[in-house]
Design a protein around this ligand. Sequence first.
Ligand code: ADE
Length: 244
Amino acid sequence: MRFNVLTIFPRMFDSPFAEGVVRRGIDAGLVELHVHDIRDYTHDRHRSTDDYTFGGGPGMLMKPEPLFEGVESIREKHGTREDAPVILLTPQGERLSQPLVEKLAAEDDLILICGRYEGFDERVRENLVTHEISIGDYVLNGGEAAAIVLVEAVARLVPGVLGSNESARSDSFSSGLLQYPQYPRPADFRGMAVPEVLLSGDHARIEEWRRRESLRRTFERRPDLLEEDVLSPEDRAFLDSLRK
Ligand code: ADE
């Protein structure tokens, strides 16, 4: 998986990927992360990346020329296919979710554009970008933090990036439900005991307990995630008992 990022703050990407799972993926050659300074694609003396908006109004917009040139240069330099997704990080975009992350993880190449200022030239949206993605309903100062979130969420799904002790499959959301409660040793910590069933060695009972706790947690915290089609008749009966 190869990420190419366009930003006016390339150093923001240094420390988030200096260690941890994504770093390991980069070191193992499974993930490539190339960060490009949008200013390198400007041609004026001030290396400006923003300009006033036609028709007047407060604030500055990202200029189109350096963004188009930046994407074209990435395609040339890295041999990125013309149809590789070009993603604009913006609060106006589709909300990032685990299903969307999984779709993006199936690509070989992603180009990410981080905005600053008050927004983008509409021609960037219409003629350069293939996806607009938001990481949530709040406004950041720019797309960089959102791009970091997206890279981390996608890179960990690249085969081989997670170690054998780290499972992507059973994580919250991948099953459509939140993760059940988990406990490492000790069995009793300051009088707080691990649920007895987990010490029983009875795997069928443990699986049933985990499924129910996942359902309970999802019902209490994120009922919007409870999609009927992933629920068995037993799941539904259990949820009915919670509703009563
Ligand atoms: N840029 C500013 N706010 C953002 C958000 N919530 N998601 C993605 N990009 C952004």
